[in-house]
Design a protein around this ligand. Sequence first.
Ligand SMILES: *Cc1c(COP(=O)(O)O)cnc(C)c1O
Length: 362
Amino acid sequence: MSRPAVARIHLDNIVHNYQLARSLCPHGNALAVVKADAYGHGAVAVARALSEHVDTFAVACIEEALELREAGIQQPVLLLEGFFTADELPVIADQNFWTAIQRPDQIDQLAAADLSQPLNIWLKVDTGMHRLGFAPEQVVEVAKRLQALPQVRSVTLMTHFANADLAEPAGRIDVPTQSQRLFQVAEGLGLNISMANSAALMAHPRTVQQWNRPGIMLYGSSPLDFQSDIADQLRPAMTLESKVIATRIVEPGESVGYGSRFVADKPTLVGTVAMGYADGYPRQAVEGTPVLVNGQRTRIVGRVSMDMMTIDLTPIEGAGVGSVVEFWGEQLSANEVAACADTISYHLFTGVTRRVPRDYCN
Ligand SMILES: *Cc1c(COP(=O)(O)O)cnc(C)c1O
C-alpha cells in the first residue's frame, strides 16, 4: 500500500565507516559530520547509531544542532559555519555547542555576550580556500584576543582544503601549501588544530591532527578521484531503490518520454520506474546512466521526469512489474552515477527528498 521508492540506510555501515575514520587518527579525535541531515541519511538516526562511538558531532548551523539536542543527543555539537546572529550565543552556551568564528564582528558580539558558560571556539583560518576565515597573518592577534575573553574556554585552529580529493591538483592550491600555512601560524600558539576532511584523512596523513572532520566517508562514499585501499574499505550506507510499475515493448523508431531523447533502434522492453527528480534522482543523468535490476546492470533510457523514469529491461531475464531497481548503493557506486550527472555523491545523497522514506536497517 505504498509507493516503492525507498532509501535503505545501513546504520551498521556508518558505524563501520566511522571506526575506519577513527583508525586513521589514532592520536587524535574525529568529529562525526552530520550536517545537511547527515548528508541525507537522517541526522537523528545517524547520531543515535554513532552515539556510543563519537565524542563530538558537527553540523552546519544551530538549527541542525538543536534538532540533535531535541532528539536527546548529548555530545557537544560544533557549528561549522558558525553563528549568524548574536542571539544564538546564549543558546550555544546553554546547549553546550561549539562554534566556528570566521569574521571580526563575531568576536565583538562574543565579547558583549552574557553566557552561562565559556565557549569552545573554532577559529577559522583562510589558508587558500577563500570562502571563510581570517588571513593567516591576522591569526595570532585574533587568537590572543579570543583567549583573553571570559566568554572563551578554548580556541582550536581550523582550516578547510580546496583540493584534498585530487591526485593531481596541478595548478591549483594543494594540501601541502594550505597545511603549511596553518602550521606556520599555529607555531608558538600551542593550540589544537583541525584540518582534515574525509579526503585529507584518507590520503594526506600529515594533515591528521588533534581534531579531524570526516563527513562523506562516514556514508561510505570516497571523495578521492583515485583508487585507495581505504576507499575500498568503505561500506555504502544508502541504497536508493524503487520498483518497475509498468512495462511495454517500444518498437524501432518509437521514442520514450519527454523530448523523445531515446529512440529505439530495435524492439526494446522499457520499464517505467517510480523514481524521478522530485525524489532526488538527478534529471541531468545522461542517456545510458547505469541502474541495477534484480542485481544486474542495465541503463536508463530517455529523460528522467518528476515522478518516473524509464529503463531498458531487454537484457534482464525475468524482469517485469515489481522488479526491484537500485539506483545507487551497495552494488552500484553513487560516484559512478554522479559522474553520469556531472555532479558528486554528496549532491546525490543530500538531494534525496522528503518524499522518499528512509528505511533504517542494521
Ligand atoms: C562538510 C565539512 C567537512 C566534511 O567534509 P567531507 O568532505 O564530507 O569529509 C569538514 N569540514 C568542514 C568545515 C565542512 O564544512
